[in-house]
Structures are given as C-alpha cells and as structure tokens.
Design a protein around this ligand. Sequence first.
Ligand SMILES: Nc1ncnc2c1ncn2[C@@H]1O[C@H](COP(=O)(O)OP(=O)(O)OP(=O)(O)O)[C@@H](O)[C@H]1O
Ligand SMILES: [Mg+2]
Length: 274
Amino acid sequence: MNPIHLRWRVLILAAVVCLICPVFVVAADEPTLTKEQIRQFLLTAKVVHSQEAKKGITHTLRLTLSDGTITHDASFQPIDEHSFQKQLTSGTELNFVDSYKYNIAAYTLAEMLGIDNMLPVYVERKWGGKVGSLSWWLPVKMDEAERVQQKIAVPDADAWNNQMYKIRVFDQLVSDSDPNLTNVLIGENWQIWRIDFTRAFRLTKDLKEPAKNLVRCDRQLLEKLKALDANELTEKTKRYLSKDEVKSLMARRDKIVAYYQKLIAEKGEKEVLY
Ligand SMILES: Nc1ncnc2c1ncn2[C@@H]1O[C@H](COP(=O)(O)OP(=O)(O)OP(=O)(O)O)[C@@H](O)[C@H]1O
Ligand SMILES: [Mg+2]
C-alpha cells in the first residue's frame, strides 16, 4: 500500500478511537487538571459506578465518576454522627462528632496554609440521597500502615521527614482523635497525602505530646500559621465548623507557634526550620 495512504488510515483510526473512548484515568496516568478543574469535576461529573471501599470502618464508597471525557474515582464519605457520649477503644469521648464536614474544613484550612497538595481535593456532594464529602481518588501505591507492617524503608529519609513534619504540625492543629496510619497514603514518588479528618476539630485547646510530635517545621508553613486569620477561617468554613471549633483551633495554633519559637530560641533556627 502507498505509505501516504497507510499513514492516513492510521491517523483516521486514531481519531475514531479518541472519539469513541473517553479518557480513562489510571493511576500511572493522572490527568493534569488544575485544582479548580478537579473541584468542578467532583461537583458535576456523573456517578457511573459505586463500590464499598476496601479499608476503614465507616464503609465509605469508592465511586467512579465520568464527565464524558474524563473518568476518575472518588471517595464518598457521608458520615455525620453526633453523640453526647461515645465509647471508643481509646476511652469515652464526650460530645463526640464523626462528620464528613471536617474533611471539607480540613481541605480549606490546608489551602490557607499552602499545604493543600498534601490532601486530595474535597468537596461537598449529594449522592444516593445523602450529603457527604467527595474526594479525588489519589494514585496510591501503599498506605503508611502497610509500609510499616512490611518494614519497607523509604528511599530518601530527608525528603520523607520533611513531608512528615508538615503532616504532624497539621495533625496537631486540626486535633485529629483518629490519626491512624491508614489515613496516610503514599504515592509512586513517595509523596505523602493525609486523608480522613472526620474525627478532627476537637474542642481541646491543648496540643498532644508536642515534644514528641513537633520536631521541625517548614519555614513557609510556620509563616502561614502565624498569619492564619480567625475571621477568614470562620468565613471560609462557616458551613462546616462551629465558632467553638475555630476558637479551639486558633488556641492550638498559638501554642504550636509558641512551641516552635521556644525551640528556635533554645536550639537555633537552623536546627528547627527548613
Ligand atoms: N481520596 C482518596 N484516594 C485514595 N484512597 C482513598 C481516598 N479516600 C479514601 N481512600 C481509601 O479508603 C479508605 C477509607 O476511607 P476513609 O479513611 O476516608 O474512611 P474510614 O477509614 O472509613 O474512616 P475511619 O478512618 O474513621 O474508619 C482509606 O483508608 C483509603 O485506603
Ligand atoms: Mg480512614
């Protein structure tokens, strides 16, 4: 066959394949969407499939969404439990709340602190008669529980620790009563994501073992923490956090900042900040 004709045939065939097959997004081939495009996709794409998530205790759903061009999974978490008293393995918790709203609040807070690349985009969405949080499914190779259990060493300890220090600061700030290792997800290049904040935003004004949990701090994160404005946070999270939840968070913020300032005075900036 004439090579020019053959090239045309291949081109036409490729065009037809592109037209009839929507773009399927697989882990190794994440689409390069902006945060806003991801948000719009999560808010508007059609749910074409649902299955129960393989992990976790609250039976979240793994949904497959498609807008006709992009097909991608998302995690749907509709829990919104409020009880005066809850018996947990860690003890009894008063004024217990387990709510999808905190996932959305955590993402907004992470955006304000410039660390939203460490969380999946979370939006509010109604599905199957329930309102819940919906998060972009991440290209995860394992979670931290699996890594620890299988004793897999991280390839670059410094890069790993620099991410983990940020997660630990965030965990102290949001006061998560359930920061278990299945909520720390690991990507192909060993990037770390933190998910699942449904038991965060407790009303305590105290930090949890700061000497153990607050070791070093990213410079930019510390500056953003100092600049965190209660009014702006209240406004941006008004549908998801109560006034008392914001107040307690700001009190913990003050303590985190004071803790690092003391540590810097004792050890010197180079030892503490990076
Ligand atoms: N955005 C996401 N990308 C990839 N995997 C996710 C995502 N969201 C959730 N998962 C997976 O689904 C599991 C369950 O989700 P999630 O942690 O939100 O709820 P849960 O574990 O049931 O809640 P709890 O931790 O209170 O028991 C996670 O451990 C994780 O393996
Ligand atoms: Mg979880």
